[in-house]
Write a protein that binds this ligand. Sequence first.
Ligand SMILES: Cc1cc2nc3c(=O)[nH]c(=O)nc-3n(C[C@H](O)[C@H](O)[C@H](O)COP(=O)(O)OP(=O)(O)OC[C@H]3O[C@@H](n4cnc5c(N)ncnc54)[C@H](O)[C@@H]3O)c2cc1C
Length: 393
Amino acid sequence: MQISKRSPFDFAIIGTGISGACMAYHLDKLGKSVIVIEKDKIASGGSGAAGAFLSPKLASNSPYTKFINSSFEFSIKFYKENFPKFLKSNGILRILKSQDDIDKCRLYEDILPKNFTYLRADDIEMVKKDVSSFGGYFFKDGATIDSVGVIKEMLKVIDVVDSLHVESFDYINGYYEIGDIRAKGIVFCAGNSQDFKQLEYLGLKNIYGHRIDVKTATILPFHLHKSCSISASHDGLVHIGATHIPNYKYDKNRDYDVEVSRMIELAKSYLKFDGFEVKKVNFGVRNSSLDFFPTLGQIVDVKKTLEKYPYIKKGSKVPKEKYIYYPNLFVHAGLGARGFVLAPITSKILSEHICTHSNIPKRLETQRLFVKFAKKQKSGAPAPDVRDFTPLF
Ligand SMILES: Cc1cc2nc3c(=O)[nH]c(=O)nc-3n(C[C@H](O)[C@H](O)[C@H](O)COP(=O)(O)OP(=O)(O)OC[C@H]3O[C@@H](n4cnc5c(N)ncnc54)[C@H](O)[C@@H]3O)c2cc1C
């Protein structure tokens, strides 16, 4: 591609998962020029491996549940209005696991997105009886997304450079330089990448999972979720997926096929399949913050901020406006198990923040994780490696 034509850009976005694609989509709509850089090929990270189920959260009235369910409603509308071709709106059946589940779901029904029905075990025909004995909630708006398709569509009108692994960049005269690419700002949408020391204070954790594409004659008319998810059948295929290995670090001695077999057995315990041929096993890693909320906003320069305000470590409050930030360096990450549900709204919030200085809700902002990180440091103790870096610019 002709990078020089539009360079310098307003923003270089690193990563072509759902995070980077949604950020590019919103920043472009807000009139910013963007380029998206990918180390591999489009959607080759966690997003490409995802089952991409759009499903609400049940049985709680926590702020996180409320946030997920409002994001769920937003995402359904977003994909329906802008990318209807990639939305498979079959409805989703969430199987309950216990009487306690039923009680909690009933108690917090007002937190659930609209258009749901409680189904008793007898009403659920396709699912094996011992699995569905507590019934389930059917959400008419539940759906899956063609993950790679929707990302490619979002990036269709955007400059994308693939096969470029960003390992460092310079900041010269108000521009970031990544090889030949120049941009006024950078947005990190790099998923579970460990490449950027500036992001280490966020403390994001990696969880590994699979999506297994299976050919079967069984016609499942709705998406199904219990401990793993099974998609409605399309063109003779169902997708079985879950992220299930926490604190993931690649271990060459681990037999990941065992995990795949376990997930297949789990899916088979839910449904009687008429034929079952594994066509493809996709695997990927997604990341989450310690409080599960995504993290978005400008990146705090941890070293300089703690040098200036060392007492933050002891719990003293310093207004976030006084922190020292890397100029025009932003992050949109920690989308957890629901990246496709969250990215449409969180990327909109961050794009508007970047363009109009609108507020980012406190629970989502990067500063909350900085305060947590700082308080963990013992006063007087030598700074741990993660903060003791030389900025790259
Ligand atoms: C098996 C599995 C099943 C899932 N199921 C669902 C689901 O049903 N519903 C749902 O909503 N979510 C699901 N998720 C979670 C969802 O996929 C993630 O939340 C989402 O993909 C995160 O998107 P991302 O763009 O932040 O990261 P990624 O998709 O990982 O994208 C990051 C991109 O950045 C690139 N990159 C990294 N470092 C660099 C660098 N230095 N230079 C250039 N490029 C770089 C990577 O190659 C990658 O393409 C699932 C995840 C997995 C793994």
